[in-house]
Design a protein around this ligand. Sequence first.
Ligand code: DGY
Length: 319
Amino acid sequence: MKPGVFLTRALPTPVMHRLKTLFDLKYNLYDRPLTKPELMRGMRGRPALISMLSDPIDAEVIASNSRLKVIANYAVGYNNIDLKTAAALGIIVTNTPEVLTEATADLTWSLILSLARRVVEGDRLTRTGRWTGWNPTQLLGMNVSGKTLGIIGMGRIGQAVAQRAVGFGMRLIYHNRRRLPHRVEKRFRASYRPLPRLLAAADILSLHVPLTRETRHLIDRRAFNGMKRTALLINTARGPVVDEKALVRALKKGEIAGAGLDVFEEEPTVQKGLLTLPNVVLLPHLGSATVETRIRMGWMVIENIQAVLKGKPAPNAIR
Ligand code: DGY
């Protein structure tokens, strides 16, 4: 008999085929996140749950299924899961690191370039028929080459963003829990800075930290006060790393020049103040959204579930 798996959102077709071949798969047939009661009903009695970053997997959800052995999160971030409860109940939690690093770094750069070169504003002007011809002072942006990129969080994704910055001829400074080994710093021509000094020096600030108690509202009113008035903020990490209300205030007061956001504090809700500002680019959490990446994430989820159900160590268990 095939083991029972519950999947909270339909995944790309090749992944769905494989899941159906390997497991007794039950999944969410709606094109929306499940409610908590729907989720608990769906996963009942099944040893494996495939969850999305948008599913809060709290203590009540976890404890509702006494047969649960593995929660395979279809994301690299896992702040949506109550790890303590899972550990206490002996349930393995896994994620999908590495396979989405390049896609997320590319998306980060899409935001950097869109914002610095006012791509979205230009697109709007052109498609609404308001463009009256080439103009020497129209939609002037900012060069990225020669500027300073400040990265907070130099893990895999932070480093992939840094790698691209080398090609753009940027100066790189970073802040991280632990300073990187000298050879890694050398590879990116990166220098470590304490947070206040990094905030003060960055022309573009890009966030790549996980959401934890320590990083929640890391970029708050005080942080904005310490940044350059010409600085751009990019967030492809997790929304709550930035105090969104403070961000709206900083943008309105001209404390920073713009923001590119792929993530929000209360997804899918976006602070109203952000929607009307021209100097922001807003994306619907697209970091890993490429065909190749989302398929590879699917293979990873499958490998993790198979390992746990066979009593082997999961390759991507979160410890
Ligand atoms: C993740 O997987 O955690 C990222 O947010 C994808 O965009």
